[in-house]
Design a protein around this ligand. Structure first.
Ligand code: SF4
Length: 250
């Protein structure tokens, strides 16, 4: 199936969204609430593009728009750039001191009018929902959106330490604006008002995850792992094994 993006034609794969197709072909479309391996959410609206189907043109969120044969797409028309700038301005007014959003705004040449901005506002969350998705994908769903309207935010139920939270830190890892407080100190991780004991990697000796996260994964796999190895060491071991078998083969 052929899709035209900004004057060039690209071969799409059944089931792809416009953003998937663009990313696969190194076409820049900004997005905040999209992460590889996650389904699109259409939440931040930064990935809007103009789509022409037949005689009709419309603005859609590319992360949730499925590709179709013959689709014509423009990712950077004046209209789209103007709309993106408006979205970024709103984000900047919500989180005026957040470094990530400030950098994004300066990339687009945006400054928020000072009379509308509270410079003492240290809000960092842009409500993109990635942390909630990551927690859901871990199979824990310890956090969710709470409240509505301007007081909407992400938290555990009643802001209490959640019995479901395993302290894995996936939420903090995916957060684009570093809005989630995760503190690792003296072998203790503090996140979402709860403390966890950190576990050391049996190879490099660095703390890398929590006891609860290991137990949770073991319970899902139905086995108890006696060796605790961090991702960096796992990768090193695999690449050394690969190198060894390659050398033996030749
Ligand atoms: S805490 Fe971060 S990941 Fe979660 S909704 Fe807010 S900005 Fe998005």
């Amino acid at each position: 199936m052929k899709v035209k993006i900004n004057d060039c034609y690209y071969e799409g794969i059944q089931g792809e969204t416009l953003l998937d197709l663009a990313k696969r072909n190194n076409i820049e479309i900004p997005s905040l609430c999209h992460k590889n391996g996650f389904e699109g959410q259409g939440r931040c609206r930064l990935c809007i593009v103009e789509v022409k189907e037949g005689k009709k043109t419309k603005v859609v969120s590319s992360c949730v728009y499925p590709i179709k044969d013959g689709l014509e797409v423009v990712t950077n028309s004046d209209k789209i750039i103007k709309m993106r700038k408006d979205i970024i301005l709103l984000l900047l007014m919500k989180t005026p001191n957040n470094e990530y959003i400030k950098n994004l705004a300066s990339e687009y040449g945006i400054t928020a009018p000072s009379r509308y901005v509270d410079l003492n506002n240290n809000e960092n969350c842009i409500l993109c929902g990635l942390c909630v998705k990551a927690c859901e994908k871990m199979g824990t769903s310890a956090i969710s959106f709470v409240n509505r309207g301007t007081s909407k935010r992400v938290s555990t139920p009643y802001d209490d330490p959640s019995k479901d939270c395993i302290g894995c830190g996936a939420c903090a890892e995916v957060c684009p604006t570093k809005a989630i407080s995760l503190i690792d100190k003296d072998g203790i991780r503090t996140i979402w008002n709860k403390e966890f004991h950190l576990v050391e990697c049996s190879v490099c000796g660095k703390y890398y995850t929590t006891k609860e996260a290991i137990e949770f994964i073991d319970s899902k796999l139905g086995e108890i792992s006696d060796k605790h190895i961090c991702e960096t060491c796992k990768k090193k071991i695999i690449s050394e094994k690969f190198k060894e078998s390659f050398e033996n083969y030749y």
